[in-house]
Design a protein around this ligand. Structure first.
Ligand SMILES: [Zn+2]
Length: 129
């Protein structure tokens, strides 16, 4: 029998309180008092920059607390272009996958025709038909 203990079990009460207090201090509350969640911005001005926001969907709470610092001008200029290229490449990849699926269906159909033709040729050759 293997027992598995979390390192938290072996901490003193003071250490446990300190850890819980530290975790609580790291929590960010939004304007409506909920624990904010971390999202990633994909706007052209803040591409890839993480921020805290209200966890409530369609909420009027417009809390935004930035997690990451401001990006340098060069990064802000380059990242949107890279994202556009990546999205365009994803579309091309999707189109190619669809084309490959169509070709695989065609290959299966042609293999079936080939097998039928071979069977017919053999049948004719031995005088069965
Ligand atoms: Zn909120």
């Amino acid at each position: 029998m293997v027992l598995c203990f979390s390192p938290f079990v072996f901490l003193s009460v003071a250490q446990k309180i300190l850890r819980v207090k530290t975790a609580y201090q790291k929590m960010v509350l939004c304007f409506c008092g909920r624990i904010a969640i971390v999202r990633t911005s994909w706007t052209s001005t803040n591409p890839g920059r993480r921020f805290h926001s209200c966890p409530q969907t369609y909420s009027r709470c417009d809390f935004i607390g930035w997690v990451d610092p401001l990006m340098c001008v060069r990064s802000t200029a380059i990242i949107p272009g890279l994202l556009r290229k990546m999205n365009k490449q994803d579309e091309v990849n999707h189109d190619l996958k669809v084309e490959v699926e169509k070709l695989l269906v065609e290959v299966r159909k042609l293999k079936m025709y080939l097998i039928c033709s071979c069977v017919l040729i053999v049948a004719i050759a031995i005088g069965y038909v």
